[in-house]
Design a protein around this ligand. Sequence first.
Ligand SMILES: C[S@@+](CC[C@H](N)C(=O)[O-])C[C@H]1O[C@@H](n2cnc3c(N)ncnc32)[C@H](O)[C@@H]1O
Length: 275
Amino acid sequence: MEEYQGFNMASWDERAPAHAASPDYAVEKFIADPAYLSEVVRFDLPRLGDIGGLRGVHLQCHIGTDTISLARLGASMTGVDFSAPAVEHATDLAGRTGADARFVCADVYQAADAVGRGTFDLVFTGVGALCWLPSVQRWARVVASLLRPGGRLFIREGHPMLWALDDERDDGLLVVDYPYFERDEPMVFDQGGTYVSTEAEFTHNVTHQWNHGLGQIVTALIEAGMEITALTEHDSVPWDALPARMTKLEDGEWRLTDRPWRLAHSYTLQAVRRG
Ligand SMILES: C[S@@+](CC[C@H](N)C(=O)[O-])C[C@H]1O[C@@H](n2cnc3c(N)ncnc32)[C@H](O)[C@@H]1O
């Protein structure tokens, strides 16, 4: 295991149980209401289309709430995550909801070895996934290797321009402080807390992260044998990415309170594996 994986895994292992217990991940709603879908999946319903009958793999599935939402839309889902506690919570939730979803503990770069090559109709990922990976080219090759020819990638992700902003200012300015482009050196953070409401306190707080420019992501996918079929930039993001400067919307998304048109907050990108 590389150094970055050890730091990041320890951080996620500790946060997964707190996330499963937080109202923000709405685990109880999944159990109480068999039709309940995560806000992330609901947001993209018009772009997802009919996924009934598809074999899907969800990379970096965390505690499985989006994975189970996709299963509820009719896909047969496999979730992959390198955090054993996250996979345990996801497996438990699938059992309690009867969802057509199974979960495998593996690093994303080893996903094809773990779940099989060239057989999936759909790769779904995003919402705080790419920032944990040092190479977007390597990720794109994994995506392509999982898909059958004609299979589709669907990713909703925080926009690299958003990731590049200083998220601790309180003066209303949008200040570019972190790399926009992927660099070899990780950004190393030492931050307690997490992005959902919880009383839990954490001890594993050092993480290694990378940004990836939008052009780098698109180019990596094309070079891996994918054809880009859709790219939509959004003026909202599913979490409170710039605390004290965003307003929560009715659909659970967050948007800059002041002149949100200044910033692409997130994007949904789709691509199909060439034959
Ligand atoms: C922000 S969370 C997942 C976001 C997901 N959309 C959600 O909210 O449920 C990021 C996930 O990536 C996983 N992860 C980070 N680095 C990974 C890696 N190298 N291989 C596999 N999973 C990884 C973490 O364990 C965590 O569950």
